[in-house]
Design a protein around this ligand. Structure first.
Ligand code: UDP
Length: 455
């Protein structure tokens, strides 16, 4: 699955529609890059909210569609109602835009649109595709296990086993080993109806011709096999997409000064700390996290994204002497070039919220993790990191500085951590083989291209 350009006499066009959040824009544009390298023209239809930066992908066409959404910082608490609003608002303008594109291609003899590829959360695209008489394909950006666990939630709720508030039980969920009830990605936000509606909307069998999945057989073969049994259309686990499409699609400017700082650190010594693009740290946890890091004496690179911590609390840490205590041992940035950071030899561990992209990026660079999931599918991913692939430690409870310090030592210094690093490196190698010629992701990609060409 190398990024070589393949020249075809006629290049069909693909229209891509991502959910406008970093963790969804990245895999969609990565998929676009891969398919572009295989000869397809790519047009990205996007909302004005969180619009991607076209100059990062000069080979793509970008069309902005009015979304009637105001620019605002969306927190995890607003996500589901926001997605619902997005689906309500976007259908008509997207449909008008696509109808014009189809008309134009007929009149001006432009490359014809082969299909629409849309993020599972942009489910309004199904009706739009049907209206303009184009095939569509869904991209799922979470793990296959997350899909199965969301399905289990629907079933457990229907059976009355699970309440809308989820469960704190340590018991294993039948058929979902090693997930416990407390790991299920139940939303505690909004009404249960909003959450159930959300799952139903993203999983409803519509008219799509296939499902692309940013995962692969090396990581999730049993779950993928189970899903394929349940699905009426083919599934194509072609991930991890970022491994074959290196361009950045960051919405926030990456601070490359941290790479210069990493250059000065010893091999495998730095703990990289980032909670992705949406999760935040509460006031109490911020202090515990900061002092746990400082007291560990382990070098760290910490991403403090604007809006992810309380400003007053952060200032308080400075007055308490946190910055002096850390000195040259810590580097703090607003946003990092994460893939480059994880690929750097100095980085020996990743404290992550276990968003699916971060998890995949860490695994494919052979970096073991400290998992501190915040919400949704992150708990499912964390459980797989610690219990299935055994390449990380999960912080189960509310962070306390002593516990943080111990976890850092376990991962970065102790024999246990060295073994996790070795397993992570083995997994990385298997993934590298999987995306090369003959590997399952490579083969699925070729089958996907055959399918699109047959439309
Ligand atoms: N990311 C980045 N720089 C940072 C923090 C995160 O480029 O400083 C990227 C990261 O590489 C990943 C994405 O942001 O691709 C976050 O996606 P993920 O699924 O891990 O979490 P989410 O943000 O969706 O919770």
């Amino acid at each position: 699955m190398e990024m070589e350009k393949e020249h075809r006499s006629s290049h069909p066009r693909l229209v891509l529609v991502a959910l406008p959040f970093q963790g969804h824009i990245n895999p969609m544009l990565q998929l676009g890059s891969i398919l572009h390298s295989k000869g397809f023209s790519i047009t990205v239809l996007h909302t004005a909210f969180n619009s991607p930066i076209p100059s990062n992908y000069p080979e793509f066409g970008f069309v902005s569609i009015p979304d009637n959404l105001s620019e605002q910082l969306i927190s995890a608490d607003d996500l589901l109602p926001f997605i619902s609003l997005l689906n309500l608002n976007c259908g008509v303008p997207f449909q008008e835009c696509l109808a014009k594109m189809v008309q134009k291609q007929e009149v001006e003899n432009e490359p014809s649109i082969a299909c629409i590829v849309y993020d599972e959360c942009m489910y309004f695209c199904d009706a739009v595709a049907k209206y303009v008489k184009l095939p569509s394909i869904v991209l799922r950006t979470t793990s296959a296990s997350t899909y199965l666990s969301r399905n289990a939630i629907l079933q457990l709720k229907a059976e009355g086993v699970l309440t809308s508030q989820g469960s704190t039980s340590q018991d294993l969920v039948p058929g979902l080993h090693p997930l416990r009830f407390k790991d299920l990605p139940v939303s505690k936000i909004g009404t249960p109806e909003i959450f159930l509606q959300f799952i139903t909307n993203i999983y409803k069998t519509r008219t799509s011709s296939a499902i692309i999945w940013n995962t692969n057989d090396v990581l999730e073969q049993p779950s993928l096999q189970e899903i394929q049994k349940q699905c009426q259309v083919g599934i194509f686990p072609v991930g991890p997409l970022h491994e074959v499409a290196p361009a950045s699609s960051s919405l926030i400017k990456e601070d490359n000064s941290c790479i210069t700082w990493l250059e000065k650190q010893k091999q495998n010594t730095v703990l990289y700390v980032s909670l992705g693009s949406v999760a935040s740290v509460d006031k109490k946890e911020l202090g515990e996290m900061a002092w746990g890091l400082a007291n560990s004496k382990q070098p760290f690179l910490w991403v403090i994204r604007p809006g992810s911590v309380d400003d007053q609390e952060w200032k308080k840490l400075s007055t308490e002497g946190f910055v002096e205590a850390v000195g040259e041992n810590g580097c703090i940035v607003k946003w990092a070039p994460q893939k480059e950071v994880l690929a750097h030899g100095a980085v020996g561990g990743f404290w992550t919220h276990c968003g699916w992209n971060s998890t995949l990026e860490s695994i494919s660079k052979g970096v073991p993790m400290i998992c501190k999931p915040c919400f949704g599918d992150q708990r499912v991913n964390a459980r797989h990191v610690s219990q299935v692939w055994r390449i990380g430690i999960q912080l189960e409870n509310m962070c306390e500085r002593g516990e943080v310090e111990r976890a850092i030592k376990r991962l970065m210094v102790d024999k246990e951590g060295k073994e996790m690093r070795q397993r992570a490196k083995n997994l990385k190698e298997r993934i590298q083989l999987d995306i090369r010629e003959g590997g399952s992701s490579y083969n699925y990609l070729n089958k996907l291209i055959e399918l699109i060409m047959s439309f």
